[in-house]
Design a binder for this molecule. Sequence first.
Ligand code: IMP
Length: 417
Amino acid sequence: MRHVCVVGLNWGDEGKGKIVDVLAKDVAAVVRYQGGANAGHTVYIGDVKHVLHHLPMGVLHGGILAILGNGMVIEPKKLLEEVESLPEEAIQQIRISDSAHVVLPHHGAIEKVTEEKATSPIGTTLRGIGPAYQDKFARTGVRMGDLIRPGFVEEQLPILLEERRQSLGGTEEGVATAVEICTRLRDRLQGQIVDTRQLLNAMHNEGQTLLFEGAQGCMLDIDFGTYPFVTSSSPSFLGVGTGSGFSPRKVDHVVGVTKAYCTRVGEGPFPSEIHGTEAEELREAGGEFGTTTGRPRRVGWLDIPALRFAAELNDLDSYALTKADVLNGRETVPVVTAYRRGDEILHTYPGGTDDLEGIEPVVENWPGWDVVNEQSMQPFMDLLEKETGIPVSILSTGKRRDEVCLFKPFTAEGELA
Ligand code: IMP
């Protein structure tokens, strides 16, 4: 296996962490290329719970670099908490792009007010993600590389934060705390804030193997998701290039993670959504409550037109199918295979939010299963491949981290073996 990218095909929370964890054992580095503390993975090592928001899963495997790419926005307080919860060997493996942006107190303050005042709020994670990217693209942001410039944190940062507080919001206390935290973060990770673009390309030239991890899911992509109900970055495979400085042409295999059903957190279109008791049962069975915000997730059936769209958008090679065990014991499993708009039947996902107005899901019943294993899931996986043209290479068979099978491993050329 050479370079692989793992992306979410739905609206996030597909179980990417577990898939990355499995694949990370064979790589030299795991790389995140977008998003920030809006993402969240919970991992247990023995009985110790670790909540990761920025760091990719690989950080917990000995000897693997955990790289936070330039496309990310980093919340110093959360990153420091994550770092401080890790063993020293893992901390030493972290590298952060000097071009990644820093989430500052006014970002959270702006977002809170915007969401509260909006007639149609997005339902964000309130982690300041959108406003941090606004500063990035307005060319007024602070980057991780600034934090390690001599005197910046002591002299320029307090002035900059105070100006932003007065014009944009936040508290004096928030400014003082941010300066203190940025100082601690700098002192802790000083030598690990580097040019990660150069590092990734050097690793490639040395023949090392890289694993890219998209956070959220491609239906939340800033350009191709259900705008404006999206996140402010590019979780799709297309984000790898600008978010890491590593050419996507060098990535050999793109694995898209999808649950056997769908969820969405926050507002926005969700064509296969279900409601009532059926939805409550599915939510409970799947434990569908947000890792970052604790919000109950909206639930729905697997959406084939949306998967066809996601497969094309991400130039997908194979699926990792997760959480099929949540549907154990059903004779048949409902799947949305098309949409109906008036008399018209749509087999492809129409694209924009407005185009999704007034569509009705066409639901078919696919064969169910009692337990999840390669044999019991074969009819479902065959149908999935027939309907979307993409085979399943990884099957998660249960909740535990080791309940997963990589039954079609990839070759060094990115082909399925
Ligand atoms: P933001 O990324 O906090 O700006 O939120 C924008 C939208 O993306 C909201 O609907 C969030 O619920 C959703 N979102 C952001 N991060 C995640 C995630 O990691 N999982 C699922 N949904 C997310």
